[in-house]
Design a protein around this ligand. Structure first.
Ligand SMILES: [Zn+2]
Length: 389
């Protein structure tokens, strides 16, 4: 039996959100493709099949009216991907939604955009987009056409309203829209699943495609496998009527790298940091100063952290993990100095920021005065350890 999944290029481990390769993509079918293609397989299907399926499973009598969370039409190249999702603790969960609608779509200087309809605090949920098609990041054109055909009519209509920036490269109206609007959802794949070859999926979601790009975004998203949905949360306090921006690229890279990542979207970013030639140097200094020597008695950790927090807030760079490190330094430093009011302030800010970044409120009251999480890698490892508990 030829190993179909390994014959497909599955992307690299360094993922760029929402990105398919720039330019023409190979939409040809692999050898023996039809022999491995299955519709609605059961969970005992053997490995190595390519299939379309609906998750969570849909029962007789269920409609979008009586089940508004709906279903994701999924296209998998690995049977273990389906098993992995079904075995996620809590699956299928209801989609968490904000208590009141906090967003609207409207004209922006970038065409259409998404705006806040009320003040939103850092960490709060802005929108939980409903899942629509969820193909693998290396989707085949023919499969894409099939699963769009399986969508509920209103989701299909929403899908075809999405922009297609791949009209000239042979992608076609469906795969082109997936390439333009797909979001890489890799951050919730447990390590053992990754080891089994599950490198995550690409999701296309209602509404979220109206979020325009900024390298200093005010919202970000987290994908939850247990509900197959995204939670879009505020990265800082947002005022009513402010436009909401997410980042389409990895923001902690130099300007030239970010511009390269953004190329396939067909625009040149002119955000605050892209138009400032000194921002790359500032990024290096932000990183270098986010790790401090706690034994250095000549350094006031709180004053040090506050200087950099102010610098990052002026630019709107809260999505950088270093922002969380500085909040953590300020919090820990305030506790060491017995300043309980300031400690509480930074404790709350840090928790709200974590909620914005990672989609859930995590109570962190573990830090004794001392090193804590001093590098971006420490922070990442720590967050990962929490996610997989
Ligand atoms: Zn930019």
């Amino acid at each position: 039996m030829p190993n179909i999944p390994n014959s497909l290029p599955l992307g690299t481990s360094k993922q760029i959100p929402a990105k398919f390769p720039i330019g023409k993509v190979d939409t040809s079918l692999p050898e023996n493709y039809d022999a491995f293609r299955v519709l609605d397989p059961d969970t005992n299907s053997p490995d190595g099949q390519i299939y379309l399926t609906t998750l969570p499973p849909r029962y007789v009598g269920q409609t979008l009216a009586n089940n508004p969370d709906g279903w994701a039409e999924c296209l998998f190249y690995l049977t273990q991907q389906k098993r992995g999702i079904i075995s996620t603790p809590g699956f299928p969960s209801l989609i968490a939604r904000p208590p009141r609608v906090r967003h609207r779509i409207g004209p922006s200087r970038f065409g259409n955009g998404m705006f806040a309809t009320r003040d939103i605090k850092m960490g709060e949920l802005v929108i939980s987009p409903i899942h629509t098609p969820q193909p693998h990041r290396r989707s085949l054109k023919e499969d894409s056409e099939d699963f769009v055909g399986r969508l509920e009519p209103q989701n299909r209509e929403a899908f075809f309203k999405l922009h297609n920036s791949h009209t000239e490269d042979g992608s076609g109206p469906i795969f082109g829209r997936i390439r333009t609007n797909g979001i890489a959802i890799l951050d919730d794949v447990p390590e053992e699943q990754k080891a089994a070859g599950d490198l995550g999926c690409t999701g296309v979601f209602n509404e979220i495609s109206y979020l325009n790009h900024s390298c200093t975004p005010n919202v970000t998203y987290k994908f939850f496998r247990k509900s197959l949905s995204l939670a879009v949360r505020a990265l800082r306090d947002i005022k009513k009527d402010e436009e909401l921006f997410m980042s389409y690229c990895i923001i902690n890279e130099p300007t030239a790298q970010r511009q390269k990542q953004l190329k396939s979207y067909g625009f040149q970013c002119t955000c605050l940091v892209c138009s400032d030639p000194t921002s790359d140097d500032l990024l290096v200094r932000i990183r270098a100063n986010s790790s401090i020597n706690w034994d250095d008695s000549s350094l006031d950790p709180v004053a040090h952290a506050e200087t950099w927090i102010a610098e990052m807030e002026a630019l709107g760079w809260q999505e950088l993990s270093e922002y969380g490190l500085y909040l953590s330094i300020a919090k820990t430093g305030a506790m060491a100095a017995n300043d309980s009011a300031k400690h509480r302030w930074y404790q709350d800010r840090h928790e709200a920021w974590m909620e914005g970044m990672y989609g859930e409120r995590v109570k962190i009251r573990l830090f004794a005065p001392g090193p804590g999480l001093t590098t971006a890698d420490d922070m990442k490892a720590f967050m990962e350890s929490l996610q997989h508990k």
